[in-house]
Design a protein around this ligand. Structure first.
Ligand code: NI
Length: 205
């Protein structure tokens, strides 16, 4: 997920330790089949390949300036996402969840601008529940539960949607607005890809 508030997805934000040893992976774009169907459950835990994938996903998310990234966005068919996202108190949440199960909390809904690294250069207002809790496992198979408010609640919903094959664009009720988002993407995607490549080069170690 991306946020249009500069402070939320500041490209100069420090690279977290979780990205150490990670490399840049190309991000799949809306229309790619993996983004439009439910991903496979993770059934093998603790392996080096999984650990490396998570590092690569953290690195890739940072290169692209996102606050969340799902495995199918880097072409991997697994129910897994990573996040590095502030809530509305400014607390930075960093982590990953495998096999996420989402529960939205409270009756309140919030309208906010939202974007996606797989819909490069576009954003739209979207109404979502104000709170969210995700339960799942960490890479070693240990149970984890993550609760979010503010932008982080939105991020947990957006990334849980991803591993279920749903994009935020699918949740925009008005067809005209969906079409506008896709036009916006087509107008800006080349610029976004050039920025990502430049930043991947500058961060590569
Ligand atoms: Ni997304």
């Amino acid at each position: 997920m991306t946020s249009k508030r500069p402070a939320d997805s500041d490209k100069q934000r420090t690279l977290p330790a979780e990205a150490d040893g990670g490399t840049w992976l190309p991000i799949t774009e809306i229309g790619h089949p993996l983004l439009h169907r439910r991903c496979a459950d993770v059934t093998e835990f603790g392996g080096g390949e999984l650990a490396q994938l998570i590092k690569d996903m953290f690195f890739t998310m940072h290169v692209a300036g996102g606050v969340g990234l799902a495995a199918n966005q880097v072409g991997v068919d697994l129910r897994l996402f990573v996040y590095d996202c502030p809530d509305d108190t400014g607390t930075r949440h960093i982590g990953h969840v495998l096999n996420p199960e989402l529960v939205v909390t409270g009756e309140e809904r919030i309208d906010r601008r939202e974007g996606c690294l797989s819909v490069p250069g576009a954003a739209s207002e979207l109404s979502r529940p104000a709170g969210a809790t995700v339960s799942g496992q960490d890479w070693q198979g240990r149970p984890v539960t993550v609760r979010g408010t503010g932008l982080f609640a939105r991020c947990l919903q957006h990334e849980s949607d991803h591993v279920g094959g749903v994009l935020y664009v699918d949740r925009i009720p008005a067809v005209a607005e969906r079409d506008r988002v896709l036009r916006q993407m087509h107008d800006h995607r080349a610029t976004v890809y050039a920025e990502r490549e430049a930043r991947a080069r500058s961060l590569a170690r």
